[in-house]
Design a protein around this ligand. Structure first.
Ligand code: AMP
Length: 198
């Protein structure tokens, strides 16, 4: 198994806020959390205690890792703000939250999730497409959850709505064991935003 890349000190994890999901997703979340803590990698996430998000934070903390939560004020009750994090930021809006999460991270890992997770994943990829950051983005394809999404990405490209380079916006890991390699495989050079339209 490849070592975790030493230059990646902090990983932003996007994942679902629902707990009504199969064990396979919970197990993968725990495994990722333990792996990051064991490798001394800090975790940034949305700051809540609900669903996979809460499980992620609890597991990192149990494994003596470091967790940074970033939550907008109006979600403090809805997503039940976690109150034992290593660092906690309550911010004024969703936009501030997303920007802070991006600024603090060296890489992004996307576990299964719902609309919020998709919104975050696409935002981070479109920001990369526009040259706003050059950090690796990895989808954890737990239980093939994201496979239909990859088909949509292919369709977007084959129908000309994005350049072939759009596939370089992210890489895929099937398990935590694949993560370091997927992070290293993710291209780090800036995409030329003009190629999107050519
Ligand atoms: P979900 O994947 O829908 O369970 O949401 C996961 C996380 O994404 C939650 O912390 C949401 O607050 C967050 N999120 C980020 N952007 C959005 C958005 N535009 N709509 C809904 N949730 C969002």
């Amino acid at each position: 198994m490849t070592d975790f890349p030493a230059h990646i000190k902090t990983v932003c994890v996007y994942c679902g806020s629902s707990a009504r999901v199969a064990d396979v997703y919970k197990d993968a979340t725990r495994e990722l959390a333990q792996y990051l803590a064991k490798n001394g990698v800090k975790v940034v996430y949305g700051g809540g205690r609900v669903g996979l998000m809460g499980l992620l934070a609890d597991t990192v903390l149990e494994a003596k890792g470091y967790v940074i939560g970033v939550i907008p004020e109006y979600l403090v009750y809805k997503e039940v703000q976690h109150d034992h994090l290593s660092e906690n930021h309550v911010v004024d809006s969703m936009h501030t939250r997303k920007k802070m999460m991006v600024d603090k991270a060296d890489a992004f890992v996307i576990l299964p999730g719902g609309f919020g997770t998709l919104d975050e994943a696409f935002e981070i990829m479109t920001w990369r497409q526009l040259g706003m950051h050059e950090k690796p983005v990895v989808f954890m394809n737990v239980n093939e959850y994201w496979t239909p999404l990859f088909a949509v990405v292919d369709k977007i490209s084959s129908e000309g709505f994005s350049g072939a380079e759009s596939k370089n916006l992210f890489s895929i890991a099937n398990s935590t064991a694949d993560l370091p390699e997927a992070l290293l495989r993710a291209p780090t050079s800036p995409l030329d935003p003009r190629t999107k339209w050519m």
